[in-house]
Design a binder for this molecule. Sequence first.
Ligand SMILES: *[C@@H]1O[C@H](CO)[C@@H](O)[C@H](O)[C@H]1NC(C)=O
Ligand SMILES: *[C@@H]1O[C@H](CO)[C@@H](O)[C@H](O)[C@H]1NC(C)=O
Ligand SMILES: *[C@@H]1O[C@H](CO)[C@@H](O)[C@H](O)[C@H]1NC(C)=O
Ligand SMILES: *[C@@H]1O[C@H](CO)[C@@H](O)[C@H](O)[C@H]1NC(C)=O
Ligand SMILES: *[C@@H]1O[C@H](CO)[C@@H](O)[C@H](O)[C@H]1NC(C)=O
Ligand SMILES: *[C@@H]1O[C@H](CO)[C@@H](O)[C@H](O)[C@H]1NC(C)=O
Length: 368
Amino acid sequence: MHVLLVVGTLAALVAAVPSKNPYASALAPPYLNLLAKAKGKLWFGTATDIPGVEQQDQEYMSILNDSKIFGQLTPANAMKFQFTEPEQNNFTYAGGQEVIDLAKQHGNRYVRCHNLVWVTEVSEWVLDRNWTAEALTEVMKNHIYNVVTHFGDSCYSWDVVNEALNDNGTWAPSVWFDTIGPEYFYKAYQFAEEAVKLTGKDIKLYYNDYNIEYPGPKATGVVGLVKELKRRKLKIDGVGLETHYEVGTAPSYEQQIEASKMYTALGVDIARTELDVRFTQLPYNSSGLALQAKEYYDAVKSCVDIRQCIGMTVWDFVDKYSWVPGTFPGKGGADIYGLGNSNYTRKPAYYAVGDALAGHPCSVCGHN
Ligand SMILES: *[C@@H]1O[C@H](CO)[C@@H](O)[C@H](O)[C@H]1NC(C)=O
Ligand SMILES: *[C@@H]1O[C@H](CO)[C@@H](O)[C@H](O)[C@H]1NC(C)=O
Ligand SMILES: *[C@@H]1O[C@H](CO)[C@@H](O)[C@H](O)[C@H]1NC(C)=O
Ligand SMILES: *[C@@H]1O[C@H](CO)[C@@H](O)[C@H](O)[C@H]1NC(C)=O
Ligand SMILES: *[C@@H]1O[C@H](CO)[C@@H](O)[C@H](O)[C@H]1NC(C)=O
Ligand SMILES: *[C@@H]1O[C@H](CO)[C@@H](O)[C@H](O)[C@H]1NC(C)=O
């Protein structure tokens, strides 16, 4: 009688309190960041292309602002060269600062700052001139010094050089490599280290690339870069494994563990920095969603299971704003939110990530 009364009262209470948040189902458990932290990781996070149209989207912002789900932000574009130095020696920091503010206003979250030296999204004034190696090295140094000292330890880390290698492990072309040669790479880390010293803060320096999540010539190439940085006594704290996969061809859990250990054996941290798993055929079907879930699960589990893997970041969380269709026409559906173009319904992949972070078997991976 007494118990029934209590249960009845509780039920009445629950029924009487309307859900105030219209986005409650997109914000319900499992809480990916809280689960990651409970496993000793620094974060589960997301990239976000702010400033942008996303800021007018209340549901997007509600999820992005929720530090239970995302404990770290990466500016998808705002800190890249063409946005931070659009004219020579005239720096614009406002876009990057918006991401930093958003990270700090909700749970004092981490920011992975991205990136200093890359082939793409370099300002026109850099590309339009014929530089001597000396002059372009000065451009690189000025950029790195200014941007790193400006943002200081609002950045947990910087991706110093992004995507320096071809898939076969040889140097990839870029204005930097083509003009300066391989020394551009080591100079970039030297300047970044000098700039960090000027701040007097602890800011980690990373190398970030894709197709290095499994053993192969590119992973071996990255091992060579890290070893050479260490041989030169330059600061290198970690390797960012981007983790952009396609449904059906993602590397196995075992391959990912093997590659991860190639890096951690050198004494550096690793992070999953740009996780997404795109479909090559659309529309996707339910068996495809289960396979995608498994591929997310294996990627996340292979970070959870390696102590030096400090955190995982998805490259935005909803298909609506994914970079994939713009870069790979006809492909998509890569993110953890947006089931069936619903905008914000979670996919099985979301729950697979939750399972991997909790240390549970995958409940949504089907027979995969
Ligand atoms: C998200 O956080 C920003 C910055 O604190 C705030 O301006 C915005 O109103 C928030 N949006 C939502 C939907 O919570
Ligand atoms: C720097 O860029 C800003 C914004 O584009 C512009 O208003 C300003 O005049 C520039 N400053 C110089 C010294 O060129
Ligand atoms: C750069 O050098 C190339 C080859 O020597 C030449 O064709 C081009 O006009 C030069 N560009 C500029 C902006 O000087
Ligand atoms: C490595 O790959 C690049 C880019 O695809 C290609 O240009 C180069 O010839 C390859 N080098 C070797 C040694 O295979
Ligand atoms: C379902 O999707 C998967 C992965 O995209 C694809 O390989 C498979 O052929 C599809 N199955 C059917 C019945 O269309
Ligand atoms: C998704 O969002 C767009 C606006 O961006 C809206 O027009 C559309 O109705 C939404 N779809 C659903 C299923 O809510």
